[in-house]
Design a protein around this ligand. Structure first.
Ligand code: SG7
Ligand code: ZN
Length: 261
C-alpha cells in the first residue's frame, strides 16, 4: 500500500481503498449528475449562510489544496435551511482544480467538467466536535461552487489569490482575517443535493452535499495563479499543485434532488 495518499499514479484515487476501505463504500463522492435523472423536490427549502467576517483565521497550503480556516468554537458562521436540519458551523473552505482550464472540478454536471470546485465545509454542532460529526450521517454539509473560466476575473477571488505567493509551498500558512466567504456565492441559490462522502481519504460518508447550479466566473489568469501553488516543501524541487480532484464514483441508486425545475 502507498505510504501517503495523493493524486499521482502510485498513490492516487484508484489506490486509496488499500489504506482507506471506506473509499469503496456505497455513498462515495464526487458523482456525475445528469439533469434528466434528477428529482425536482418542491419540499426543498432555500438555504441561508450567515457568516461572520471576523471568524476567518488563516490560509494554508497543505500540499494537496489551499485552505482557509475559520473559528468554529461557537455558532459564529453558520449555514441553515435547504436540506439541513439545524445550523451547521463553517470550519474551512478549499478548492480542487486541474492542470488546464478544461477540467478540475470533482462533480461533473451533464458531462461538463468545470475548471475548479470550491468547497465550504460545515459541521453539525449537535455531535459535539468536528471529529464526532465525521462519524454521523448528518455530520457535515459541504456547499460546492463551480468555477468556470470566462473573460471576466472574479474580484471576490482576489483576497485568496493575492495570498498565493505567501503560501507557495507545502506547510506554509499566512494570517487571513476579516473575510466573508459569502461574497464568493453566485447570484442564484438553486442547488442539487445528495448524500455522499468526503472526496479525500478516509472518505467518510457523512456529507450532505449542496451543489450550486450557477457557476461563478473566473479568468484564465486567476486559474493560472491557483496553479502556481506547489506540492513540494520550501527547499525541494518544484512540483506544481494541480489536478487535486477525485474522479466521479458509482451512484449506486442514490437520488439527487434539485431545488429548481
Ligand atoms: C481537502 O479536502 C482538505 C481537507 C478536507 C478534504 O483535502 O480541505 O481538510 C483538511 C483538514 O485537511 O477534509 C476532513 C476534511 O475536511 C475533503 O473535503 S471535501 O470532501 O470537501 N473535498
Ligand atoms: Zn473538497
Amino acid at each position: 500500500a502507498q505510504s501517503v495518499w495523493g493524486y499521482d499514479s502510485d498513490n492516487g484515487p484508484d489506490r486509496w481503498h488499500e489504506n482507506y476501505p471506506m473509499a469503496k463504500g456505497d455513498k462515495q463522492s464526487p458523482i456525475e449528475i445528469n439533469s434528466k435523472d434528477v428529482r425536482h423536490d418542491t419540499s426543498l427549502a432555500p438555504w441561508h449562510a450567515s457568516y461572520d467576517p471576523g471568524a476567518a483565521k488563516t490560509i494554508l497550503n497543505n500540499g494537496r489544496t489551499c485552505r482557509v480556516v475559520f473559528d468554529d468554537t461557537f455558532d459564529r458562521s453558520v449555514l441553515r435551511g435547504g436540506p439541513l436540519v439545524g445550523a451547521y458551523r463553517l470550519r474551512q473552505l478549499h478548492l480542487h482544480w486541474g492542470s488546464s482550464d478544461d477540467h478540475g472540478s470533482e462533480h461533473i454536471i451533464d458531462g461538463v467538467k468545470y475548471a475548479a470546485e470550491l468547497h465550504m465545509v460545515h459541521w453539525n454542532p449537535k455531535h459535539g466536535n468536528f471529529a464526532g460529526a465525521l462519524k454521523q450521517p448528518d455530520g457535515v454539509a459541504v456547499v460546492g461552487i463551480f468555477l468556470k473560466v470566462g473573460k471576466t476575473p472574479k474580484p471576490e477571488m482576489k483576497r485568496i489569490l493575492e495570498e498565493i505567493d505567501n503560501i507557495k509551498t507545502k506547510g506554509k500558512e499566512a494570517p487571513f482575517q476579516h473575510f466573508d466567504p459569502s461574497i464568493l456565492f453566485p447570484k442564484s441559490r438553486d442547488y442539487w443535493t445528495y448524500h455522499g462522502s468526503f472526496t479525500t481519504p478516509p472518505c467518510e460518508e457523512c456529507i450532505t452535499w449542496i451543489l450550486l447550479r450557477e457557476p461563478i466566473e473566473v479568468s484564465s489568469d486567476q486559474m493560472a495563479k491557483l496553479r502556481s501553488l506547489s506540492k513540494n516543501g520550501e527547499n525541494e524541487p518544484v512540483n506544481p499543485l494541480v489536478d487535486n480532484w477525485r474522479p466521479p464514483q458509482p451512484v449506486k441508486g442514490r437520488i439527487v434532488r434539485a431545488s429548481f425545475k
